[in-house]
Design a protein around this ligand. Structure first.
Ligand code: PFF
Length: 470
């Protein structure tokens, strides 16, 4: 079952890299990365994250993409093809995008709402405390915005890998990069006199972001920083959820995977780093804080306040550009999730792309409506195993990201490291005489370091770690 020629796929290396970077660059890069950096000691988090990208990130991304290309299949079939009896891992992996798709379009809809708010001149209203919750607790509006976002996603996937996803990513990803760099420059040149009479600049804020802060650091806190960085890395690179396996299955044999993996990592980490450079200095200039306390509300609650302080013109322009950029990032990610589902279903059922996409579009419209209603009609407060309080969206997010992803990673590193052996992957990377410079590191990571760290991460995110370490 090996070395199948790829199905219809990307036209070449650039299309693949931009589409994969499109999946990787998403809300995780824009709100989660800067907020974690602010919370976890600025430069300290940056250094830890970078080291993890070069080791874990590289290993996991290389593995997913190689599995996809070598089997020519999506996750459900790929693992079973690789080793008899391991088909269950394919199904387990498949559950991750299955769940993520239930809420990603809901968040995408929120982003569209803010685009409309800035276009219609509501820069002041968007900055009020109740704007965000006022919106998501409405019954109809969040559903309408979600449906628009979902419709665009369905349209792109409906048009296929090359004519839909690749073409879309080739336009959107460079545009996203230009907007991010533009806002970074603006943010670094800010200077603002606060109500306390102190003038704070964007460059001072940059120092807060870049300089490692070791105050109050203990071994326990450092472990937390490490685990934060690790779970961020997973989510950010879209690994262990079958997406990169699917995209890998569309890549031609001539493409140098080693180089592509490096380019995807640079793109993803670069945008995350720039997002921090765009957000933290502007929050600092206007509030004197790093934004660490803002948490997930950072982009929908704190940033609109910062935009409002820039004044009507600058605030509207920067606010609009910012949310357009976030929408681009979220769309290319959502496209990759839906594409993975469509391809898996096509393989399971032998169905065709267009009808499969439309049927899934309808099913997810219904599922996402339920998630939207989780903030009003179906509102409830549940407690997660790790102690957090959750609504429907948080539950889907928790099961997929905190429970399934580390588990899938753990099992797949055991499968590759110990059962089919790393050579299965490294041979695929070395196809056509490609030099795999980090082969030794790969072998050590996949056999020893990854399984141990994944186990710790799994125990931590399920709350089980606290049973062992008090
Ligand atoms: N990697 C994306 C991000 O960093 O936001 C998130 C993501 C994309 C998560 C696709 C899940 C997914 F299926």
């Amino acid at each position: 079952m090996e070395n199948k020629s790829p199905k219809s796929g990307f036209s070449g290396s650039i299309g693949f890299v931009l589409a994969a970077a499109g999946s990787a660059v998403g809300l995780g890069n824009i709100w989660r990365f800067p907020y974690l950096a602010a919370k976890d000691g600025g430069g300290l988090f940056l250094v830890v994250y970078l080291l993890l990208v070069l080791t874990f990130g590289n290993t996991l991304l290389t593995t997913d993409i190689a599995v996809g290309r070598r089997t020519g299949k999506s996750s459900v079939k790929a693992y079973g093809d690789m080793k008899k009896g391991w088909g269950f891992l394919g199904y387990l992996t498949f559950f991750v995008p299955l769940l993520i798709m239930t809420y990603y379009a809901v968040i995408g809809g929120w982003v569209l709402k803010y685009i409309v708010a800035y276009i219609t001149g509501q820069w002041e209203a968007a900055a009020t405390d109740t704007y965000f919750t006022g919106f998501i607790t409405q019954e109809a509006a969040p559903i309408i915005f979600m449906l628009v976002f979902l419709a665009v996603t369905v349209f792109v996937v409906y048009n296929g890998v090359e004519k839909g996803i690749e073409r879309f990513s080739k336009f959107v990803m460079p545009a996203l990069l230009v907007i991010v760099v533009g806002i970074v420059i603006y943010s670094l040149t800010l200077s603002h006199e606060g109500a306390d009479g102190v003038t704070r600049t964007g460059l001072q804020g940059l120092k807060v972001y870049l300089i490692p802060d070791f105050t109050g650091m203990t071994a326990g806190k450092f472990l937390n920083v490490l685990l934060d960085a690790m779970s961020q890395l997973f989510f950010s690179l879209s690994v262990s959820m079958g997406i990169m396996i699917t995209y890998g299955s569309y890549v031609k044999k001539e493409v140098n995977l080693n180089k592509s993996v490096a380019q995807i990592e640079v793109f993803d980490t670069g945008v995350a780093f720039l997002a921090g450079m765009m957000i933290i200095p502007s929050i600092f200039a206007f509030t004197g804080t790093s934004g660490a306390g803002a948490g997930p509300g950072l982009i929908f609650v704190s940033l609109p306040k910062v935009f409002a302080q820039m004044g009507p013109v600058a605030g509207t322009i920067i606010g609009l550009l910012f949310f357009v950029m976030v929408a681009f990032a979220a769309l290319t990610s959502c496209v990759s999730v839906l594409e993975t589902l469509v391809d898996n279903f096509m393989e399971i059922r032998g169905s065709k792309r267009q009808p499969t996409t439309l049927v899934l579009g309808v099913i997810y419209a219904i599922a996402d409506i339920a998630i939207c209603l989780g903030y009003n009609v179906l509102y409830g407060e549940w407690t997660l195993p790790n102690g957090g309080t959750a609504q429907l969206l948080d539950i889907a997010d928790y099961i997929s990201n905190s429970f399934l992803m580390p588990l899938v990673s753990l099992l797949s590193t055991i499968l590759i490291g110990w059962i089919v052996t790393p050579k299965w992957v490294t041979d695929e990377i070395e196809t056509g005489g490609v030099v795999f410079g980090r082969k030794k590191l790969y072998n050590i990571m996949i056999k020893f370091v990854c399984p141990i760290m994944m186990l710790i991460l799994f125990l931590q995110s399920t709350g089980l770690l606290s049973l062992f370490i008090k």
